[in-house]
Write a protein that binds this ligand. Structure first.
Ligand code: NAD
Length: 273
């Protein structure tokens, strides 16, 4: 442990699983006091108990990121307990895949947008005042490579992640304009091996396409590095953006995707066939 975020107070949404859990673990390992929030009332407390046993400063609050009322309570609670907020990681998200956009219900479109976009908007709206009170900080929004390029079957998800990308840039400009010392960036994971892949429903009734998508299998074909990333790979990028090492970085997009967004490669094995 190098203490790269020593003394900072961080809030991580969606901290009970996958990428969020890895961020909670790494930031706390590097000296931050971390408040993890999630709707998952089972995993969250388990992770926190394990990290506390290892001497980390972590706590868990139940939070649905789509509830503005709960955002007000969570930020007030952090102000009361810790007196400040230095790092806001807006990570909670879901993915809903469909064989065709014509199979997407308006209800699912709205649910995905509520979590992936409204949740990020509310995180900024309610964390900025506390961050500003103490002279600055870092806001990190979890987008995706699906927010940089189109992806068949995930149009609604791409729309939310593309929205998050430009929302981050716009808030970065607002903060720079007022000179509040807050940096704002987005992170764009590629195919990362987390539980989200088992939860992405791809089928519509009668289409016969209900199998969950396997990240490793997909990454072998799609990712130039030939494998799926791990949650810790994304957490390392978040650590950089949360730390003072990134003090001159704002409004940027950190792509961590095994090369997918850069282009494609022809594998030696495949080329030899
Ligand atoms: P995950 O499913 O493992 O974790 C997501 C967490 O968000 C879960 O703990 C879930 O309970 C929580 N969550 C869902 N709805 C919520 C709500 N309304 N309020 C609060 N918490 C809620 O998935 P992950 O892969 O760790 O995804 C984390 C983020 O990374 C998401 O925003 C996702 O879109 C993004 N992402 C993931 C990948 C990937 O390949 N895994 C790729 C690109 C982007």
């Amino acid at each position: 442990m190098l203490g790269r975020v020593q003394g900072k107070v961080a809030l991580v949404t969606g901290g009970a699983s996958g990428i969020g859990a890895a961020i909670v673990e790494l930031l706390s390992q590097e000296g931050a006091t971390v408040v993890a929030t999630d709707i998952n009332e089972m995993n969250g407390p388990e992770i926190v108990t394990r990290l506390k046993k290892a001497g980390r400063e972590v706590s868990f609050l139940v939070q649905d990121v789509t509830s503005e009322e709960r955002w007000i309570e969570v930020v007030a609670e952090i102000g009361k307990r810790h007196g400040r907020l230095d790092v806001m990681v807006s990570n909670a998200g879901i993915g809903i895949g469909v064989p065709s956009i014509v199979h997407m219900s308006l209800q699912d479109w709205r649910r995905q947008t509520a979590i992936n976009m409204d949740g990020v908007f509310l995180s900024v709206k309610h964390s900025l005042p506390l961050m500003r009170k103490h002279g600055g900080g870092s806001i990190i929004m979890m987008s995706s490579i699906a927010g940089l390029r189109g992806s068949a079957n995930l149009a609604g998800y791409s729309a939310t992640k593309g929205g998050v990308r430009l929302f981050a840039k716009s808030i970065a400009m607002e903060c720079a304009q007022v000179g509040d010392g807050i940096r704002v960036n987005s992170v764009h994971p590629g195919i990362i091996d987390t539980p989200i892949w088992g939860k992405i429903p791809t089928g519509a009734p009668g289409t016969g396409q209900n199998a969950p998508i396997g990240p490793e299998e997909r990454a072998r074909v799609v990712a130039p590095l030939g494998r799926a990333g791990q949650a810790i790979d994304i957490a390392q990028g978040v650590l950089y953006l949360a730390s003072d090492a990134s003090r001159y970085t704002t409004g940027t997009e950190l792509v961590i995707d095994g090369g997918i967004n850069a282009g494609g490669v022809v594998r030696a094995q495949a080329a030899a066939c």
